[in-house]
Design a protein around this ligand. Sequence first.
Ligand SMILES: N[C@@H](CCC(=O)N[C@@H](CS)C(=O)NCC(=O)O)C(=O)O
Length: 381
Amino acid sequence: MTDRFKLYTWSVSLYSGKARAYLIKQHIDFDDISPASPEYDADIRPQIGRWIIPVMVTPQGEIVQDGTDIIDWFEARNMARLPAYPKTPRQLITALIMELFGGEGLLRPAMHYRWNFDDDNLDFILQQFGLFALPQVPPAERRDMALHAAGRMRKAAVAFGVTAETALAIEAAYYETMAAFDAHFAAHPYLLGGAPTIGDYGLFAALYAHLGRDPHPLRLMQEKAQMLLRWTERMRNPSADMVEFIGRDESLLADDAIPETLKVLLARVASDYLPEIEAMVAFSNNWLAENKPEPNEVVGGESLGRGIGMCQFDWRGHTVTAMVMPYRIFMLQRIQDAYDALDAPARDAVDALLTQTGLSALMTTRCTRRVERENHREIWR
Ligand SMILES: N[C@@H](CCC(=O)N[C@@H](CS)C(=O)NCC(=O)O)C(=O)O
């Protein structure tokens, strides 16, 4: 037993960034450890039942898997220096929407810009995958093994709807999204003012390991969205790192304010991600009616599969086909649960914001069964 937290992560991993940024910002004393360390296979993997990162081990030896569960572990114990969940309704719901968008809704550009620009990216990615996954193997022998992992992830990109047909639309949308983030972070250090919230941590998933670190998209961000790039630096810094914002302190905007630049980002969630959410929930409800999983049945069963099928939706003139992952229902439910817990005036304020930004359907698009997390897995309630 040590008094430090252990975080099993890789710099190349999308979801690791979310948990790591949170620990950094809270000034938690932790060690980053590679899942290639022998203890991961010996002690951790058998307990969580699959290979997955991030995983946190507390000084008392408790294992916590999933970026959100790691954050909530500290929040539930009032151990957060800067609480991740805003106390006011519009800011809370906005932060949760951005968490979902960053971890799930931006996966198409994240996968596209990692896997479809081999001239700029492939050597770096293979080197990085080899370095982190196989540090004990001589560098010259890592490449073939890394190629195998890369092949798997390329297939995953297609399952997220990244194809030759959708590539240009993904790029056009990402340019617009970058510009919207850039405008926001030119005016505010974090999404909601002077401190990060769950929305920033969620966004940091896609916007760092892939879009803010792989050579091609990093260069794009350097050229086209320098204030967004600054935010990716800020999210890795234990200090508030807002030197451009003289006089700001580490507090959220007063009066439950949602700046106009953030409303633009919410409207982007509506245009870029809501069609998929609606298709995913419709598919899931049909699937549930047909398959009727037992209460508490593990999603994916023995095979550990994360998807239950493929849904289709129209987006920017294309029919996109993408995997339906119940984890995303779990993330959507978090927003809906927070909304359901609001009193009537707070709900009215949120409704007005959602109507204005085109996101009202987010609260009515509901799955007929709850997805919850138990023993490091998603289950159907
Ligand atoms: N929702 C999970 C997702 C974690 C996840 O998918 N991690 C990736 C790395 S970024 C992984 O471990 N993938 C292993 C695999 O798919 O086999 C979380 O936030 O922890």
